[in-house]
Ligand binder design. Structure first.
Ligand SMILES: [Zn+2]
Length: 316
């Protein structure tokens, strides 16, 4: 039997993107968007954290996977996730629902950086919940990845099987999550329309090759990451720390864009510094060539935002 085609995702959504000045904060703490049944993408507000990360919730018949807990205290996220799980269970047919007495929640992370794990504590006392650790060992142990990072393992949510493998390069414990039901390949901070901070260039070269090979081998329809930092103008990113991004592209990328990012990275992997391409910016290394220009732009942007200069029209 041929595999079912992935469910179409509703990716046509206007995401919250921050406020033009500190005197006009407009965004709710979180925006919740249903991409497809049992597939929820949540964005944290730029009014709370410039990181404004995306958080993914995938629901199966027996358990759900929450990928990341955001950059701030997770109390609000916990309440929203509890509601989403309850809503989802109420739509399950009664035979399935009654057969599952304990519906589990797995709280895992695309990787262990602070802006993806800050809400963990709010889930620590949640019943039927496992909060996965942040280092390579904890991630390997939980998902059962013997041959790290290459081995592709599965996580069964109940009538919904995810595939997971290691993708170091930005962070040692980064994972990719593939959901065949929706054709979604989640890559965390490793591939997204923004600045890809490269901590380990050889590892990222290998990761990119494995991501492209994997995507070619599956019916991947969307590549998703945790942030948006590009503008819609090719090669132009918002400054680090931006609190207002009115001209963001979609967080969803195509496999062709993933392949283009891989090809681009091959040309700059050996060169510490900031390298701009149409869809992504690679920040290779952590030396002054990366830090100084990033911080200078960030400072200028902070002044502009605080003074409310974004309220003026900024030209074409
Ligand atoms: Zn990160």
């Amino acid at each position: 039997m041929a595999p079912l085609a992935p469910l179409p995702l509703d990716t046509d959504v206007a995401w919250i993107h921050g406020s033009p000045s500190p005197r006009h904060l407009t965004d709710p703490p979180l925006q919740v968007h249903h991409l497809a049944p049992g597939t929820v993408l949540i964005r944290q507000s730029k009014d709370l954290t410039f990181e404004a990360p995306f958080i993914l919730l995938l629901l199966g018949e027996r358990r759900a996977l929450l990928l990341d807990t955001g950059a701030v205290d997770g109390t609000t996220l916990r309440r929203i996730v509890d509601d989403l799980v309850a809503d989802w269970r109420s739509t399950q047919d009664t035979v399935t629902a009654s057969a599952v007495d304990a519906y589990d929640l797995v709280v895992a992370h695309t990787h262990g950086h602070g802006d993806h794990v800050a809400g963990d504590a709010a889930f620590a006392d949640r019943p039927h919940t496992t909060v996965v650790g942040r280092d390579v060992e904890a991630v390997r142990d939980f998902f059962g990845i013997g041959d790290w990072p290459d081995e592709v393992v599965t996580l069964d949510l109940g009538d919904r099987t995810l595939e997971i493998f290691g993708i170091p390069g930005h962070h040692a414990a980064s994972i990719a999550v593939h959901d065949a039901r929706t054709g979604l390949l989640h890559t965390g901070d490793t591939v997204y329309p923004g600045r890809i901070y490269v901590n380990d260039p050889p590892a990222l070269l290998d990761t990119f090759d494995r991501l492209v090979t994997f995507a070619d081998d599956r019916d991947v329809r969307h590549v998703l990451g945790c942030h948006v930092e590009m503008t819609r103008r090719p090669g132009r990113d918002y400054p680090l720390g931006s609190r207002y991004q009115p001209d963001e592209p979609s967080p969803f990328m195509t496999v062709a864009q993933l392949r283009a990012a891989r090809d681009a990275f091959r040309t700059v992997a050996q060169r510490p510094g900031i390298h701009h391409f149409d869809d992504v910016v690679f920040c290779v290394g952590e030396g002054p060539r990366v830090i100084v220009p990033l911080q200078a732009r960030a400072l200028l942007e902070q002044v502009r935002w605080r003074l409310g200069l974004h309220r003026r029209p900024t030209g074409p």
